[in-house]
Design a protein around this ligand. Sequence first.
Ligand SMILES: [Zn+2]
Ligand SMILES: [Zn+2]
Length: 259
Amino acid sequence: MGLADLHIHTNYSWDSTCTVSAILKYTAEFTNLNLIAITDHDQITGALEAVQRAPFYGVEVIPGIEITTADGHLIALFVNEIIPAGMSLTKTVLRVGELGGLCIAPHPMAMWACALSEKSIREALKVPGVAEVLVGIEAYNAGLIYRRSNKRATALSRELPLASVGSSDSHMLITLGSGATEFPGGSATDLRRALETRQTQVCINSDRTGLHILVNWAPRMMLRKAGWIAWNEHPSAPIRFSRMKRVLISSQHYLASHS
Ligand SMILES: [Zn+2]
Ligand SMILES: [Zn+2]
């Protein structure tokens, strides 16, 4: 089985504190993730840079973007260009489909987040062509301060015909992999197939979920405003990591353990 973190922000997002190279190095050295997606706010530069640099670190990267639609945030995966912000959820999903991508509804209905409502997701799924592209829902987002939002998202994920996804929504290195998605296989192609056939499962790293509370918005923004960015030199040749795997994702399935 593969393990992916499909919601990660680099310093190309206004509110993140880590560079592409730092994310790749940390992922390779300290996590057991096979796959990550870079999903900056309405930006694609970091994702494209990550795809280009990933082979140096032995990490596979899916290019993505977290789009600010008129109805709330939407994750697009497998896209290589910016999808304009501000369009309706339906229009945005259909545009992502034209570009060959897939969509995930991140932190649905979450308090204090620019989140899609249950109604907007249900309505969009009725529009022809949307269900083929909007294939996943974040049943678990480790970055939410208000934890009950995850319970609501999990409940909704059980009702809708969508793949359940877990993500870290990381804006700092130490939270990478705090939420993750397990899928049959290990590659980006396998992940795509698993999303389309709803064969994903949510995993959490129970040791790391509290970290988000400590490093969340206010202190993180103070660090960012002070110019603090985690970074490392991009290597001139591929690095061989002996993985320390300090981040051990719980093998316990979130949905199973919270049912
Ligand atoms: Zn978001
Ligand atoms: Zn995000």
